[in-house]
Design a protein around this ligand. Structure first.
Ligand SMILES: [Zn+2]
Length: 310
């Protein structure tokens, strides 16, 4: 389900996913550049997401309310880039050492309910820390809904439908069968989680949800929260605190062929020199250069998880 080409005497792998044609370049040697410095939290006195300021500085929905689940608060994005764009502030605390399952499950549940009944194609997203694109450090997720899917979401939805037509099976069932038996397998807790064979970013992990639409995600929010926490704890053990996450949903008519899935990638830590791990290959060629072999990551995760570390 993916092809591998070796370049430069086997020092570089170029992998291409058969379903979508998405490609990634894996160069384990590049980790020696050591570009991710240790994480240092920075305070922010003027944060609009801290309690007190949030009520005064963020918008409410048309009926004057915000969605509150546990600590989390969900409201419309003041600066939207989608037909429907919501923000979920996850915690009351401005900086959080470790999230709890309740905190994440409540936030995911509030965010999902802000997307239900909106435009057809939805996703739940999270940029954590400025080096992962968060303009506000206070932990928050974002939900978007549009009449058309995003480029990557659409690529998977269309290719999944074509696969179903051609093979008579769901791609996602075949993927879970194949990756459960590979070194990329991490764990299964309602949702099976794997290191993605053709990563779109560093140490990409994917979890395949047993649902298609955002309206069905309710019972999955706790396992989803548990899974995300284990993955980011593993990233932390490898020295990176920043990450991006997306959960892509389809619409009702996609359910024969498409499963909602969660993708998480590790990002380098915030740093004063503004070093970044997104450069011309990622942004202008849409072909990530990563340092970690997915099979290597799977072995690391399972090995360390055995000792109860995450
Ligand atoms: Zn804050």
């Amino acid at each position: 389900m993916f092809s591998v080409d070796h370049y430069a005497d086997g020092r570089i792998e170029v992998r291409r996913e058969a379903l979508t044609g998405i490609a990634a370049r894996i160069s384990p040697e590049r980790i020696q550049r050591g570009i991710s410095p240790p994480y240092v939290a920075a305070p922010d006195e003027s944060c609009p997401f801290c309690p007190g300021r949030l009520e005064a500085e963020t918008p409410a929905f048309a009926d004057g309310t915000r969605i509150r689940r546990g600590e989390s608060v969900t409201f419309p994005n003041l600066f939207p880039f989608a037909a429907w764009h919501t923000v979920t502030v996850i915690t009351r605390a401005h900086s959080v050492e470790r999230f709890t399952v309740d905190q994440l499950a409540d936030a995911l549940s509030g965010l999902a309910s802000s997307l239900e009944g909106q435009a057809d194609y939805t996703s739940m997203n999270w940029n954590f820390l400025p080096s992962a694109g968060a303009s506000i450090v206070h932990p928050h997720m974002q939900g978007i809904a549009d009449p058309a899917p995003t480029a990557l979401q659409g690529r998977y939805i269309r290719a999944s439908a074509a696969y179903r037509q051609e093979c008579g099976r769901r791609y996602w069932d075949d993927l879970v069968d194949r990756d459960s038996a590979s070194d990329r397998f991490l764990f299964e807790d309602v949702i099976p989680w794997f290191a993605s064979p053709v990563p779109v970013g560093e140490r990409e992990v994917r979890g395949v949800l047993p649902v298609t639409t955002v309206g069905e995600v309710g019972p999955c929010t706790r396992p989803l929260a548990r899974g995300i926490l284990r993955v980011i704890e593993c990233y932390r053990s490898l020295g990176t605190r920043a990450f991006n996450m997306a959960v892509y949903f389809g619409k009702k008519s996609d359910e024969e062929s498409f499963s909602a899935f969660c993708s998480i990638i590790a990002r380098i830590n915030p740093n004063p020199a503004s070093m970044t791990d997104s450069a011309f290959m990622e942004r202008l060629h849409c072909e990530p250069v990563v340092m970690t072999l997915p099979e290597e990551f799977g072995r690391y995760f399972r090995g360390e998880a055995e000792s109860g570390r995450f």
